[in-house]
Design a protein around this ligand. Sequence first.
Ligand code: OAD
Length: 235
Amino acid sequence: MTGAGVSAESGVPTFRDSNGLWEGHDIEQVATPMGFAEDPKLVWKFYSERRVGVKGVKPNAGHYALTELERKLGDRFQLITQNVDDLHERAGSTRIGKLHGNLLRTKCSKYMTCPYAAADDKEYLGELPVCPLCGAVARPDIVWFYESLDPFEFDKFDSFVARTKIKAASVPETKLYYIAVGTSGVVAPASHLVYHAASMGAKTYLVNRDETAQESAFDVSIRGLSGEVLPQLFE
Ligand code: OAD
């Protein structure tokens, strides 16, 4: 389970550091459906600037360590991320569940009823894009506050844990590990996954640069940078 800290060494600002994403922006303005309804141009400018920023950075050693682990473990590995950048994908991760959406994609604002599938898109600094199918205003494919996660993405965690549990019934030496990296653990339901994993018998690890309020929920806490810790931990 990765959070913004994994992309920090690539130069993507985290959310809750002082120079983070919310700097100068009220969360209600740029990360809620109400903020978008009120000023869609401002919201589009905000995410368009983030799109430009992410396109200019590269994956780091933490992303590559996760790709390497996936290569070794195959379907015994599942990556779940809260990150909306595409650095895991560019590092080569394929078994990935994106809980909070995809910064580079655009979807219809009426996505609950319009069948238009979110697609990669460009920046909008002035004009407002519209859905090519129904003509409603288009929006970034981000899960905003007050919105539900995509159940298809969330299920990747649940089904992986369930599969491991079933396997453990016939292969007793099966072990489940849950590793959270670079996340402050304050946004649910992502922050709850450690408890689900622990209840399924997982040994739980946290790799984070700073102390977090959730640290005591983990069996093992490693303080450090993900780009330095993950390659050693997986080795
Ligand atoms: P946060 O910004 O809340 O937390 C990032 C964590 O990463 C902090 O605890 C830092 O100490 C740690 N960190 C920073 N650099 C690191 C590094 N190089 N190595 C390891 N750890 C490092 O980010 P998230 O927990 O990901 O949601 O935030 C969760 C969600 O809040 C985001 O996905 C976003 C926001 O609302 C949406 O966009 C929907």
